[in-house]
Ligand binder design. Structure first.
Ligand code: HPA
Length: 247
C-alpha cells in the first residue's frame, strides 16, 4: 500500500482524528517493537499512517522510545514522508504556549539513545550529511499548508533535544539559550537523524506547551497547564496536515 504521509504523534496526540477505514499494522523490526501499531487509513482523500510515539496510552518516556523501530516500521510499510509532531517548551519570547513552530535546526543534548541504524554488528558505517536536519521542501510544504488552513506557524527555529523525562533547570535553559536554542523538547532526536539515515523526508511540527524554565512569568511549570495548551495546539494539527495532503 502506498502511504502519502506518515505522522508520528507526540504527547497529546495518541490517535489521528478523522482517519477513516483504518487498519492496524504490527510491524516486526530488527530493532524490536515499535511504540505500537501503525494505524493506516484515509484522510483528506489520501493515505495516512499514524504512530503514537509514546504508545497509545502514553506509557513510553522519551528516553525509552524505540526510535529506530518506529522509523523502520513506517519505512517498511512504504512511508516516504514523515511529520514528527512534538510537544516543546518555548525559549524564544515569541514562542509562548500554543504557538506552532516548524523548526529548521537541531542541537542534540540527549544521551544513551540509539542514534544510528549502523551501530549493529556487521552493518556498513554510513556518515550522513546533517547540516540541514529537516527536509526543506517538506518544511516549506508544511508552512504553506498551515497558511492555506489559516493557521499561524513560525517558520524556523532551533530545537534543542533534552533527555527528559524531567523538565530542565533554569540554568540548563539559560545555557541552551546561549547555545542558540529557541525550543526545547525531549523527542526530536534521534528521530530526525534516523529518518535521514533511511532517506525519509522528515519535518517537525513543534507545538509549544509552556515557556521553558525561567522563560515565562511563572516560578514553576504546571503540568496541567502544559496539557491544556497542548490540547489546544494539537486540535490544529489535522487541518494543517489535511491542507498538506491536498496540496
Ligand atoms: N522541556 C522539554 N520538553 C518539553 C517541555 C519543556 O519545557 N514542554 C513540553 N515538552
Amino acid at each position: 500500500m502506498s502511504i502519502d504521509l506518515a505522522v508520528i504523534g507526540g504527547s497529546g496526540l495518541y490517535n489521528f482524528p478523522g482517519l477513516e477505514n483504518a487498519s492496524r499494522h504490527t510491524v516486526d523490526t530488527p530493532f524490536g517493537p515499535a511504540s505500537g501499531d501503525v494505524v493506516m487509513g484515509d484522510f483528506a482523500g489520501r493515505k495516512l499512517a499514524f504512530l503514537a510515539r509514546h504508545g497509545e496510552s502514553h506509557t513510553l518516556p522519551p528516553h525509552r522510545v524505540n526510535y529506530r523501530a518506529n522509523l523502520w516500521a513506517l519505512h517498511s510499510l512504504g512511508a516516504r514522508r514523515v511529520i514528527g509532531v512534538n510537544a516543546v517548551g518555548g525559549i524564544r519570547a515569541d514562542m509562548g504556549p500554543r504557538v506552532i513552530v516548524v523548526p529548521d535546526q537541531v542541537i542534540d543534548y540527549t544521551y544513551d539513545r540509539y542514534t544510528s541504524f549502523c551501530d549493529v554488528e556487521g552493518a556498513e558505517v554510513r556518515h550522513i550529511d546533517f547540516s540541514e536536519p529537516y527536509t526543506e521542501s517538506l518544511r516549506r510544504a508544511l508552512i504553506a499548508a498551515a497558511s492555506k488552513a489559516d493557521i499561524a506557524v513560525i517558520d524556523g527555529g532551533c530545537y534543542g533535544a533534552t533527555q527528559g523525562p524531567r523538565l530542565e533547570t533554569r540554568a540548563e535553559i539559560a545555557r541552551m539559550k546561549r547555545d542558540g536554542c529557541d525550543l526545547v523538547g525531549m523527542t526530536g532526536m534521534p528521530e530526525a537523524v534516523l529518518a535521514r539515515e533511511l532517506d525519509l523526508e522528515y519535518a517537525c511540527l513543534a507545538l509549544v506547551a509552556n515557556f521553558a524554565a525561567g522563560c515565562g512569568d511563572e516560578a514553576e511549570i504546571s503540568i496541567e497547564e502544559i496539557f491544556a495548551h497542548l490540547a489546544a495546539a494539537t486540535a490544529e494539527v489535522p487541518r494543517i496536515l489535511g491542507a498538506l495532503l491536498k496540496s
